[in-house]
Write a protein that binds this ligand. Structure first.
Ligand code: CA
Ligand code: CA
Ligand code: CA
Length: 297
């Protein structure tokens, strides 16, 4: 059996709990204390901080970025995951209790314009539900994945949005399991930059559309699965790093002990045995694991 992740404040430990090929392509820790650049510690997407958005103390891990009724963070014309592409966003969010506005946490989307994807809070234009978070990549009301956990209670909440190509969109709030799934369709392009705390208007400029705090925003180039989401929830600031799916017992070797370990996990319904990341544990997972094991690492 694999190690169960514990709560660890370290900011850069590898994930030992999940077998994934997902890699972080961007990671904004918002740990700066001043200035107008939010540095991407995983990639090259350093972002512009537009006032009055500012770095403040009191994040879920170190400092965070605060939007006091104005400002946003703009990454530029990037991170356009288009068509049948799998990707995931992981973010920590805090708003004032009872925050009722339609809050745009992060994404690449232009108001009233079809295309792109985004995480939002509360309901607007037929999307989402009051007091909860949702992830939309369809631009069709009802196609979004809407969480069930109340998120506008003044507490930090972990929101993960997953787009698994040709399968589903998913939203997790405060760890696994998934709270809701939505429609996965090929994502149309958007003329919008990637923005945190704001959104591009149809008139061409970006405006603030969120009041609250955001911390530890990460973007992955594949779908995250339940164990990985749970790991990120329990380890604010940490990243998922690629591991070998065939080395199930994580001892550095791929051999028959891994098959035994997998089957034991599968029989007991361990979430780690959900090998093909389709949210159910069945014989397809045995097939997926054996294929990975046969391929080695
Ligand atoms: Ca931080
Ligand atoms: Ca092994
Ligand atoms: Ca499965």
């Amino acid at each position: 059996m694999r190690r169960t992740p514990g709560i660890t404040p370290a900011a850069s430990i590898a994930c030992l709990a999940a077998s994934s090929l997902a890699q972080p392509v961007a990671h904004w820790r918002f740990d700066e204390s001043a200035g107008f650049t939010a540095y991407d510690s995983a990639g090259r997407y350093h972002a512009l901080v537009v006032e009055p958005a500012a770095f403040v103390a009191g994040g879920i891990d170190g400092n965070c970025i605060a939007f006091p009724g104005g400002g946003y963070v703009q990454v530029g014309f990037a991170l356009h995951f288009l068509g049948n592409t799998s990707f995931s966003l992981s973010s920590w969010v805090r708003t004032d209790p009872g925050y009722a506005a339609y809050g745009f946490v992060a994404g690449m989307n232009t108001a009233t314009f079809e295309g792109g994807y985004h995480i939002a809070i509360n309901s607007g234009s037929g999307f989402g539900m009051p007091n909860t978070a949702h992830f939309d990549a369809t631009n069709t009301p009802g196609g979004e994945a809407t969480g069930t956990t109340i998120v506008n209670d003044g507490q930090w909440h972990h929101i993960v949005a997953v787009h698994k190509a040709s399968d589903s969109t998913r939203i997790y709030v405060d760890g696994a399991p998934v709270e809701d799934t939505g429609v996965s369709v090929p994502i149309f392009d958007s003329d919008a930059p990637f923005v945190v705390g704001g959104r591009k208007t149809p008139y061409g400029w970006v405006i603030n559309q969120f009041t609250g705090m955001v911390d530890d925003l990460q973007i992955y180039n594949d779908a995250l699965c339940d164990p990985e989401v749970e790991f990120l929830y329990r380890n604010p600031g940490a990243e998922i790093l690629p591991t070998c799916p065939a080395d199930f017992n994580a001892d550095g070797d791929v051999n028959t002990l891994d098959v035994l370990a997998f089957l034991n996990a599968w029989v007991s319904g361990d979430p780690e045995a959900e090998a093909n990341c389709d949210l159910v544990i069945n014989t397809q997972d045995v097939l997926a694991f054996l294929n990975a094991w046969n391929a080695g690492c």
